[in-house]
Design a protein around this ligand. Structure first.
Ligand SMILES: O=C(O)C(=O)C[C@]1(C(=O)O)C=C[C@@H](O)C=C1
Length: 291
């Protein structure tokens, strides 16, 4: 039995973890939380074995708050990664839509005054919300499912809707007012499973390694040297992002995703070379990327 902490219930995190683990043959116990800090702490405190963390979205890029927690607040290695397609739905009370004959589905949304959801979810539908429901005030919630719960709690007749999953609509007895409202069809969120033990699933995967590199101060060309340590070994990088170290203004570390396992011959040599020029290297995990 594996115990998994996640944002939920009725969230995209829940859909994503079910997509990864439901047919895996593993016995899974889901522990739902409202805040990402609670998700991390459940695993840190041994209440769960793993935390499910959304880390990056096609439209919005990195989820900085979540990455920062992984880096600064906890020391949980990444044990798996996968991408899950996100389709956003406008959910609420269909009884509120003005059903004028001949009017378009969009026009019927004219009575909506407030829309609640997770900020990343609202951002993924920015163009739709601005063009179709420009009058609505956006209300940020801890998860998309919390938005749905808020709408349900307010009751019909208040012009309140949420952006979220179909499962949240079902969970809270709401209707789906409009499907597929994300601004781009190719909308994926990358999730990681962080926890103490490696987790091997019987499905196709490629190995990846994520590292944090802090450059030495006053070393011109240090980043160039870091990148060349990978380049001449022909090791592919799939992401490099700078984030503040939080120690000093202007001080940054680099978060680098590498398309190679830690136990390959070349990668440890590249990391040793980077350390030799005075960089600090922390391995965030070497893990399967499930397709
Ligand atoms: O609120 C949810 O449904 C979540 O699972 C969180 C989250 C995120 O933090 O990115 C997950 C996937 C989507 O990108 C939108 C929201």
């Amino acid at each position: 039995m594996i115990r998994v902490a996640l944002l939920g219930p009725g969230t995209f995190s829940e859909e994503a973890v079910r997509h990864l683990l439901d047919d895996s043959g593993q016995q899974v116990e889901l522990h739902h939380y409202k805040l990402i800090s609670e998700v991390f702490l459940a695993t840190v405190n041994g209440v769960t074995d793993y935390s499910v963390i959304p880390v990056e979205n096609t439209i919005e890029g990195s989820v900085s708050l979540h990455l920062d927690w992984l880096v600064h607040e906890v020391n949980l290695p990444i044990q798996a990664e996968w991408a899950y397609r996100i389709t956003m739905n406008l959910i609420g009370f269909s009884s509120e839509l003005t059903m004028l004959p001949g009017e378009s589905a969009e026009a019927k949304l004219g009575g909506i005054q407030k829309i609640a959801s997770h900020p990343t979810a609202l951002a993924q539908c920015r163009q739709f919300l601005r063009s179709v429901i420009p009058q609505a005030e956006l209300v940020e919630t801890g998860t998309t499912a919390e938005g749905a719960k808020l709408v349900k709690g307010n009751g019909p007749g208040r012009g309140f809707a949420a952006v979220g999953t179909k499962s949240a609509a079902k969970l809270h007895g709401l209707d789906i007012l409009y499907e597929e409202i994300q601004d781009h069809n190719n909308n994926f969120t990358r999730f990681v499973l962080a926890g103490g033990e490696p987790l091997a699933l019987d499905r196709p995967s490629e190995r990846k390694t994520s590292i944090l590199v802090t450059l030495p101060e006053d070393f011109p060309g240090a980043l160039h040297q870091v990148l060349s340590a990978f380049a001449w070994r022909r090791i592919n990088l799939s992401k490099i992002e700078s984030r503040p170290t939080k120690k000093k203004l202007g001080s940054y570390y680099f978060y680098i995703d590498i398309e190679a396992p830690m136990d390959s011959v070349l990668l440890p040599a590249a990391l040793a070379e980077i350390e030799a020029i005075g960089c600090q290297v922390r391995v965030m995990g070497s893990y399967p990327n499930y397709t």
